[in-house]
Design a protein around this ligand. Sequence first.
Ligand code: CDP
Length: 231
Amino acid sequence: MKGIIVAIDGYSSCGKSTLAGDLAKTIKYKHIDSGAMYRAVTLYCLNKGLFIGNRLDEATLREDILQIRIDFIYNETGQSDTYLNGRNVEKEIRSMAVTNNVSPVARIDFVRAALVGQQQAMGKAKGIVMDGRDIGTIVFPDAELKIFVTARIEIRARRRHAELAAKGETVSLEEVIKNLENRDLIDSTRKDGPLRQAADAIVLDNSDMTIEEQNRWLLNIFRDANHKRNT
Ligand code: CDP
């Protein structure tokens, strides 16, 4: 039986990718972390020296954008790694340097057009869980199941801070909060593909939930959605 499209959107650092990845593994779907694609383009800009002070050389990026290849390849632990033009950049795209610069890159119309096109192509065969900001609204407005994830800012910041600390990045909690607030603001107010809840999305506030609890919640919702479709 043909699979469905599960679209998971929400604020920065509220655990969308973990939620999406765990569901995909359980139901044997493909998982695409669309944020990783915006992060990969940002890494490309940093490596190519396209940031000059606070300014981004958009003209060069516009010329290059169709040549930037992003692939997802499953590693031996069953997680998918992000590749930029054939190189595994999974670790680099999670650095604070990329995190601090990604929202201005994700705001550019031709960047969004290129990545949204690739995301839609990836979903053609269905059987996919994709997480991001505009998946249920712009990328797959007809997705059979849409989830909008949120959590209190201090909880999101503490989770991201612990994640960075575990990777050996020393960043203060205040800096993480500032970055999250700034990205949420840029993401929600941009013209193209702003972060907003689709009218038919189911909201999950996971502030007081464990990973197991949120996984169980989503699996039940997924089964319900599948059941309704088949009756
Ligand atoms: O991991 P976290 O939730 O903090 O961020 P992410 O999902 O890796 O996304 C990084 C950034 O990419 C976001 O802050 C957005 O600016 C951008 N993004 C977007 O514009 N549209 C998407 N579909 C996914 C991410």
